[in-house]
Structure formats: C-alpha cells, structure tokens
Design a protein around this ligand. Structure first.
Ligand code: IFM
Length: 696
C-alpha cells in the first residue's frame, strides 16, 4: 500500500465541500480547493490568496479569492458532461502527498459508450504564481469532443464581491481576468494559457463572467487527447512580477523534486500503523501547502488557505499549534511566521489603546497590519437570526501571551537572537505592559488577579482568573524580566495569583468553575433544540455548566509541563476530558500530548488520530450558529506533529542536547523521522522504547 496516496473512490454529491478541503493543493502564496474543474461557485471552488484581504459594505472583512483559472468542462457530441449533473461509471480523486499532485479520473457514460476524463493539478512549489493542470480525454467510440477551458470570473465569496468588475481579455497566448478589491484597492489577476498536444480547432469565447478556449476535434475511438494548462495568479501586492513559466514538464519536475524533498525532510515512518502514518504525513502535507515560503513576513490563517472561513484570519492557532513543526523542520518559515507578529505590533498597540489598555493586545483574528477582523457579533443565533454579542475580540487576551511564548520557543530552539533586535524584544516588552495593565489587586490581597477574560474554552465568557490566561501572563512577565533585568516584571510574576486547586490537584479553570452544574457533554448535547445552536455565550447550553469547548487547563499543562507532577496532570485529564466537547479542532491534540506526558500513550492515540485525520474524514464541525466554519484544520495538523514528535517520541531539546523518551502506543513498533536543529539535520529512529539519533 502506498501510504502517500490519499484517495476517494466514487462520487458523492453530499461531500463536495468536504472534498474541496480534503484535496486542497497550495504553495503558501495561494491555496486551491480540491474542487473539480467544471464546478462553478455553488460548489465553492477557490483560489484563495494568502495575506490579501478586503471588505465589502457592512460584510465581514475576509481574504480574497482570485478568478478561477481552472474552470474546465467537457462537451461530447454537443452535450456537456459535468459533475454533479451527469451519472458516472467511475470516479476517483487521489492526492499524492509526496509530490503535491492531485489527480482525478472520471468515466462518463454517454448514449454511445464511455468517455474517460483524467486530470492532474499542482500548485507549483517553485514558481509561487503558477498552477499547472493537464487533462486527457479518451472516448471508446468516435465522437466530436469539445473542451472548454479558461477562467471563471464568477467567484465564490462569502462577503463579496471583492472583485466587483472583472475585466476579461486575451493577451497573446494568455486569457486574462483582472479586477480590483473594493476597500483595499488591490489588483488581482489570473492569466491562463492552454495548449492542445494534438490537432484541434480553437475558438475563444468571451462571456459575461468567463473567458474560455474551446478546443474542438473529431476524436477517434480509444485515443487519448491531452491538454495542458498553465495558470498564473498575481496581485499588485506582489514584490516581484510573476515569472513566465517554462514548459509544462520542466515546471512539473521542479515541483515534484521540491515536494519529494519535503517528504524526505519531514515525513514520518511509523512501523506498525499505516493509518496513523498516512494521517500524520497528510497533516504535514497541509502545513507545507500553506507555509508562506514566498514571503519573509506572513502568517497562516486558522483555516489555512482553504477559503474565506474565519475571514482568512490568523489566530493563536499558528503560534501554539503550527509553529513547532516549522521550528524543528524549516526554521526560516518559523521566523517568517513570527516576523508577521513583529510587523503587526503597531496594530496590537493600537488595539490595546482602543480598549484603554497599555502595550500590545494582538488581534484575535489578525489581518494585514494587525487589524482585528473579529466582529463584536461573531455568531448568528439560530433562533432569532440575530447576531450575538461575543467577547472573543475584546476578552481573549491570551493571544498576546501566545506570541511571546512562540518567540521564546524560537529563541530556545534556533539559538538565533537577531529576532530580538529585529523587533522581538519590543513585542515581548509591549505584551508585558499589556498584561500589567490588566492586573487588579484588592486592598486586602497580596495577589494580582486578572478579571473579565475569555480563556481557550470560549463557551465561558467574561470569567475571572482563567488559569491558562494567568499562567501566560506570568510567563510574559518572566520573559520581560529575563530580557530587560527590570525587577518590576519579576515582582508582578511573583505576585500573580496562583491557580486554585481542589483536593485531587484539579485546577479550577476559572473562579467559580467548580460551582457550575456538574454534568457531561452528552447531557448538554441532549438539551440542544437545534443542532447548529451555539453552546456558549450568555444563554448557551454549556455556559452555566462545567462542560467546556476545548482543552483549557489541559492546554496550560502542556505548555508548562515543568510546573506539574505526572499525577496532577493525570488528575486533570481525568477530570476535564469527560467535560470537554472537543468542539474545536485544537482540543484533541492537547489531551493527546498531556496523556503522553503522563505515560499513557494508548489513551493518547485516539486523540492523536482525531487531530491528524481532521481533514481526511468527514465530520468536522461545519456551523457555529448560522456562521459557516467549514475548511481545513491546520492547527489540528500541527498538533498531530507535536503529539508524534514530543509525545510519542518524547523529543526534547534541553541545553542544546536532543533527547527522546519514546512511549509508543499499542501496535507501533517504531518511528523514524528527521528534524533540523541549528543548521544540522538529524534522523531519529525509535524502536520499542530505545532510540538512536544520527546526524546526517
Ligand atoms: O483559535 C480557535 C479557537 O481557539 C477556537 N475557535 C476557532 C479558532 C480558530 O481555529
């Protein structure tokens, strides 16, 4: 079995959106949803652009999709053969995660026989503006075939249209579609060139919302006819003009070589678990599809480049869940992600000021310049259809701590300190000032407290002394002290109220949490009147109970494992897991990691798989209230790497020394993977509970 091939056989029109995520291709500059060439906007095709945002009227600000240069459909004897409209006798999509190539084979049944359509697609890793696609058509009888291929300017937008007037024309061998975003005035252009590798007649059709070649020919029975496409996507924000591609084969080979290298650098071998190995490497495939290799200062949105869900915005997901893979594999990319936060410091300073606070309050949903795209009304109530006031933007203050935590991790792993003078130091100090401005002290108390926050568990809003948030603030004060030697930070760290713990060592998630109704996830679920109902906020079914959305105390224990004994970690997993909905894809990996830390890899395994398979299997949450949240889950994918490397392999770097502490789940006989540490590559081979680390 080839564990690098992810396939879906058969066609299920109910799963069109899911396939769009599952078969995403991308190169960090753009993500291309895994939709079929013939799909129009109702099936959510998208060429989603990294870091390009816009706002239309009162709609939410969101990322921008380019005109779809992959639009292609087949006509046989004057009848269109497209999915989902036509019956097919065969249909398969396969993604090769070690070459970054998505293929499709569809066999249509026509009144006279069968016609097979195969296609391959890749978003070039070596020319970031380029997408390559090739089609082959074979009929088992003689017929007249037309392939229409070109650019669809009817773009799928959630809050668009972002390119309201798209100009379509032909320029030499290229078809061109270009438009300008409404608020941000960014030019977006798609150019498309298609070649027939056989004799055909060609016509160009310029329609109201598409520009297409029509290749028309008399097909002989059982002869394959191939058409190759090169699509160039560019924006006026590009630092360099798009380079014209070389011939298809040369570009294809370069792309494959690049992906082969990624697979060689970072994919895992898991002896004894093909399913786990495939899911983990598929996760790493996704992280590489969305890694901003073309930039020195850009980050990754919470839904990757799979569309405009969550506004295409960057959340704490990147720093806390995705960064580690890059730190240990491609530290330059880790730096690019952090530079984004350094460069968006002005936005964070501005946000803090707007709330009457000091220092840097980073955007909960960050767009360019650090602008917070998070709305005050981020969820629509299913019953009243009214926007609900949520407090993600104003109260999820743990975001600034995530950035300092990530910077410190970068410093520790890479040993590269230039990032401090390049702005990292300012970020750390500004975040410390921010947390200082949140501190409250009662006249009779020795301790500082932090009130009125939302922790990682978003269902409980405006709580006091969220243990995770307080620990992050303490971490930031410690970092500021270490950097500046200013003892005010040391004092604040020492005087921050310690977490409250019950007799079993279970940490109270926030003040009063233990007094809430103690019930289980199933109890709360049974109270829902509508499956899309929001569980949190003022009237949510979970709000007055101990049921939480995602790892919170458990996440804190993962981040600060040195603070806790294994017994205490275990007591907290045992307490919180039955009360956790895992309603966020960020949750499972934290439970998995902490279970590894406590020496329970078998308990950890299903959570690991849930994380790694977040986009392989259907079932991910699609709605919060009436807001669509479908898309890929890169934080879960990054979390899967963290669990495999730090959890099952027990990888740790302390005082410059790489060590492992393997704890393999049942069925795993060994693991093999590489890391990059301070400019050198190491191969880690684990067999049972012993390991070997070889410098390569
Ligand atoms: O950042 C997360 C948050 O923790 C839970 N809701 C979804 C966000 C984006 O993934």
């Amino acid at each position: 079995m080839n564990t690098h091939l992810i396939c879906e056989t058969g066609f299920d029109s109910e799963k069109i959106h899911f396939y769009g995520n599952k078969f995403l291709t991308g190169n960090g500059y753009m993500g291309v949803r895994g939709t079929l060439g013939e799909y129009r906007k109702e099936h959510l095709p998208a060429i989603n652009l990294a870091g390009i945002y816009d706002k239309v009227g009162d709609g939410w600000r969101e990322s921008v999709n380019a005109p779809n240069g992959l639009y292609t459909y087949l006509v046989i004897d004057k009848e269109a053969y497209t999915l989902p409209e036509k019956e097919v006798s065969e249909h398969e999509m396969c993604l090769d995660i070690s070459s970054g190539i998505l293929t499709r084979k569809t066999v249509f049944t026509t009144p006279k026989g069968t016609v097979s359509l195969t296609a391959e697609r890749m978003v070039s890793m070596t020319n970031h503006n380029l997408i390559l696609e090739a089609y082959s058509v074979t009929a088992d009888y003689a017929c007249k075939i037309s392939v229409f291929t070109g650019i669809d300017a009817a773009i799928w937008d959630i809050y668009g249209p972002h390119l309201p007037k798209i100009e379509l024309h032909q320029e030499g061998t290229y078809l061109v579609a270009s438009g300008t975003t409404q608020e941000t005035n960014i030019g977006v252009t798609t150019q498309e060139e298609a070649f027939c590798l056989f004799q055909s007649q060609e016509k160009i059709h310029i329609n109201e919302d598409s520009i297409l070649h029509e290749f028309l020919w008399d097909a002989e029975a059982n002869v394959s006819y191939r058409i190759e496409k090169k699509v160039l996507v560019s924006t006026s924000r590009d630092t360099k003009p798009a380079t014209k591609p070389q011939d298809y084969e040369t570009e294809r080979n370069a792309h494959i070589r690049f992906w082969n290298q990624i697979a060689d650098d970072s994919y895992f071998e898991i002896m004894g678990d093909e399913r786990g190995e495939t899911a983990l490497n598929y996760s790493l495939y996704h992280l590489n599809c969305i890694a901003p290799r073309h930039s020195e200062s850009l980050s990754i949105p919470a839904r990757g480049l799979s569309g405009q869900v969550y506004k295409g915005a960057v959340f704490w997901d990147t720093e806390m869940f995705m960064l580690d893979y890059f730190l240990y594999t491609y530290p330059d990319i880790a730096k690019t992600l952090l530079k984004y936060r350094i460069d968006t410091l002005p936005g964070a300073l501005e946000k803090a000021k707007s709330y009457g606070l000091d220092g840097a309050f980073y955007a909960w949903e960050s767009h360019e310049g650090g602008l917070d795209a998070c709305s005050d009304y981020n969820i629509v109530d299913v019953f009243t259809k009214r926007p609900m006031r949520t407090f993600f933007r104003d109260k999820q203050v743990h975001i600034s701590g995530a950035i300092v935590y990530a910077l410190k991790k970068y410093l520790r792993i890479t040993g590269e300190t230039d990032i401090l003078t390049e702005g990292g130091e300012k970020v750390i100090l500004a975040c410390a000032e921010f947390y200082r401005s949140l501190l409250l002290k009662r006249a009779t108390s020795d301790f500082y407290e932090i009130y009125d926050v939302v922790g990682p568990d978003e269902y409980h809003e405006r709580v006091n002394n969220n243990a995770y948030t307080n620990r992050m603030a303490k971490f930031v004060f410690d970092a500021a002290y270490e950097l500046s030697g200013d003892t005010q930070w040391q004092k604040l760290s020492a005087q921050l109220i310690p977490p409250k713990t019950n007799q079993d060592g279970v940490i109270e998630q926030f003040d009063g949490y233990f007094k809430l109704e103690d019930c289980r996830v199933a109890d709360v679920r049974s109270r829902l009147l509508d499956p899309k109902e929001y569980w949190g906020g003022a009237y949510g079914v979970a709000s007055d109970t101990q049921v939480i959305k995602q790892a919170d105390v458990v996440a804190m224990m993962c981040m600060f494992r040195e603070d806790f004994s294994k017994e205490q970690m275990k007591a907290n997993i045992d307490y919180y897991e039955p009360r956790t909905e895992h309603g966020s894809s960020l949750s499972a990996c934290m439970y998995s990691l902490l279970s590894c830390y406590t020496g329970h890899p078998d308990f950890a395994y299903p959570f690991f798989l849930k994380s790694a398979e977040a986009d392989i299997l259907p079932g991910a949450k699609q709605w919060i209230g009436l807001v669509y949240i479908g898309g890929t889950h890169p934080a879960a994918q990054g979390g899967a790497w963290i669990v495999a490397a730090m959890g099952f392999a027990g990888l740790q770097i302390r005082d410059g020394k790489i060590t492992c502490n393997p704890q393999l789940p049942k069925g795993w006989n060994g693991m093999k993977f590489k890391i990059n540490y301070r400019g050198k590559q190491y191969e880690i081979i684990i067999s049972g509970d012993s390991y070997q680390i070889d410098e390569l």
